[in-house]
Design a protein around this ligand. Structure first.
Ligand code: PRP
Length: 190
């Protein structure tokens, strides 16, 4: 493991390394630059808080090769403090500006049940974006409850609760540069 942080001791096993994440981001950015060659600018919509790391790295990768990008942030909540989806989606922070006529790419850290994204896509379409696509770093195919169209996916992962690279357990572990599974003892001590 390349990194050395307080959190390493709590990790049972690593799912995706820092190097794998960064290589995948470069690959996704290259693909999106090619697909969006015809547009003059892209509006990235980051879904806080989990997607913050991915947004920061992905927007910079895109910026090195693509058209200008603008960054917008939304915060919605579906999990609470537990480890499984509730299906309840609340807007905690809305978009700051009109997205009508804009080419929007939603930047998500993880698609679990798909409930958050399904709701979000309906919402963004209702605000008359010219196009709406999704780039998600992680997806759990075995956890999906509603079908969602995701054009760009970094990694399909097993249906385990993962933390790191923006993903939290009770607001901890977001600062990890890699994605891993917590030791059972961590839950026992909460
Ligand atoms: C996580 C994640 C996605 C959503 C995915 O957010 O960032 O937005 O859950 O789950 P779903 O596919 O089952 O809907 P969370 O609500 O944990 O908030 P956070 O990003 O602030 O941690």
């Amino acid at each position: 493991m390349a990194s050395q942080g307080w959190y390493d001791a709590d990790i049972d096993h690593v799912i995706i390394t820092e190097e794998q994440i960064q290589a995948k981001i470069a690959e996704l950015a290259k693909q999106i630059v090619a697909d969006y060659a015809h547009v003059d600018r892209i509006l990235l919509v980051c879904v806080l808080k989990g997607a913050l790391m991915f947004m920061a790295d992905f927007s910079r990768a895109l910026g090195q090769q693509g058209p200008p990008v603008e960054l917008e942030f939304m915060a919605v909540s579906s999990y609470g403090q537990g480890t499984s989806s509730s299906g309840v989606v609340r807007i905690l922070k809305d978009l700051d500006r009109d997205i009508a006529g804009r080419h929007v790419i939603v930047v998500e850290d993880i698609i679990d049940s798909g409930l958050t994204l399904s709701w979000l896509l309906r919402y963004l379409h209702s605000r008359n974006a010219a196009s709406v696509e999704v780039v998600a770093l992680l997806r759990k195919p075995d956890a999906i409850k509603v079908p969602v169209t995701v054009r760009y996916v970094g990694f399909d992962i097993p249906n385990e609760f993962v933390v790191g690279y923006g993903l939290d357990y009770a607001e901890h572990y977001r600062e990890m540069p890699y994605v891993g599974v917590l030791k059972a003892a961590v839950y026992a001590r909460e």
